[in-house]
Ligand binder design. Structure first.
Ligand code: GLY
Length: 388
């Protein structure tokens, strides 16, 4: 496997290397300013270009992404003030353990870029405890009959779909906290659960053309696959782009943490589908199968997919490397040239993000657009730290 430094030196042309370095510098300069303005907040989006604050909704699945950006900045600069800003989020999240709120499958999204990052980078023992607590709660959501980690909570109600046996593609990104917990404790149960889940997702979510379902409903007692839902995408059978990106990056991560070749092959399959569907503009719609109008975009899908493609690029044979690297470059160039604000007219960097197809609001700032964009650019520029 190549380091990102070697990938940068061996596989980028001089102009591409220069572009990656300049873009990384623009991110560092902007975040140096915005992180001072946002001190004490847990930003999610912006209001009139100023970061809002998720602190009162710290049980949100998005509570970890500001911290992700802070730890990435810490790895780039070794500036302790970023560690302190990140730890502010980690401490706020403790309310979730205390009050047992928001304990869906999103433990990986929430605690990998806070407590686990803190432990990995500084060895903080309190952070290790928090990470193991989160992993244990996630493992407890495994449904043995379905061989799936249950996505969301809620009891069956008349007129509402019964979600007790639902798995969602996003959960592939939560599995790394289970791999980490096994690494840390030498207790293989965490990894076994993660791999059972990943194995079942391979056979029940990933379609023959490389696209993925968002939601698959299983019978929670028999484990039988019942049906699929379009979830945050356009419709059942469509192709929600962020879901494709979660699948692409998520299977890549499962390969990284287990070495299982079937996960690498699945990640490649999803990557090929994703790259084949990138529009000429390089800008990514909310759903690859949405109607042409309205042409809503989701820049977060591009940033997440770029991270996955870059991790793939350094793990495949030399002959395959350029394919994934070029895919990532195409997405990142389009974002940086057409969808990024590097000055302070808006505190967020990445524009035109959409949480879901069917909602009133589209194309606004979402913090994970910024964190995954920064992650991808820093990787391209030679940073090997893996948050996930
Ligand atoms: N994990 C939820 C989402 O991607 O919106």
């Amino acid at each position: 496997m190549l380091s990102f430094k070697d990938l940068n030196q061996q596989n980028l042309r001089p102009a591409q290397r220069e572009w990656a370095a300049e873009t990384a510098e623009k991110i560092r300069c902007k975040v140096a300013e915005t992180s001072r303005h946002a001190a004490g907040k847990v930003p999610y989006s912006t209001v009139n270009g100023v970061f809002d604050d998720l602190s009162a909704n710290i049980d949100s699945w998005c509570s970890g992404f500001w911290s992700a950006l802070m730890w990435l900045m810490y790895t780039e600069t070794q500036d302790e003030s970023y560690a302190e800003l990140a730890r502010g989020v980690e401490r706020k999240q403790d309310r979730c353990f205390r009050d047992f709120i928001g304990m869906s499958h999103d433990a990986g999204f929430r605690w990998l870029p806070t407590a686990v990052a803190d432990f990995r980078l500084t060895g903080n023992p309190d952070s290790r405890q928090r990470g193991l607590h989160a992993a244990t709660i996630l493992a407890g959501r495994y449904i043995p009959a379905c061989q799936i980690i249950r996505a969301w909570d809620g009891q069956p109600e008349p007129g509402q779909p019964d979600n007790r046996g639902w798995g969602i593609i996003d959960c592939m990104m939560n599995l790394p906290i289970l791999y980490w917990a096994t690494e840390e404790t030498k207790d293989s149960r965490f990894r076994q659960i993660a791999m059972r889940h990943a194995d079942r997702v391979m056979t029940t979510f990933v379609r023959a053309d490389g696209s993925c379902e968002h939601i698959v409903a299983f019978d929670p007692d028999t484990g039988e696959k019942v049906r699929t839902y379009g979830g945050q995408g356009y419709a059942d059978g469509s192709s929600w782009t962020r879901g494709q990106a979660w699948g692409l990056y998520g299977f890549t991560l499962s390969y990284i943490h287990t070495g299982k070749i079937a996960y690498l092959d699945t990640a490649k399959q999803i990557a090929h589908y994703f790259m084949a569907n990138i529009p000429e503009s390089g800008l990514i719609p909310v759903d690859f199968r949405q109607p042409p109008e309205p042409a809503w975009e989701d820049s977060t899908a591009a940033a997440i997919a770029a991270c996955g493609l870059l991790e793939l690029a350094r793990r495949v044979d030399e002959g395959e490397r350029q394919l994934y690297l070029n895919g990532a470059l195409c997405l990142l160039k389009a974002l940086s040239e057409k969808r990024c604000v590097f000055d302070l007219s808006n505190e967020a960097i990445v524009q035109k993000c959409s949480a879901r197809y069917h909602e009133e609001r589209h194309e606004y700032n979402i913090i994970y657009g910024d964190s995954y964009f920064a992650e991808a650019i820093f990787k391209l520029n030679g940073n090997d730290f893996l948050l996930w």
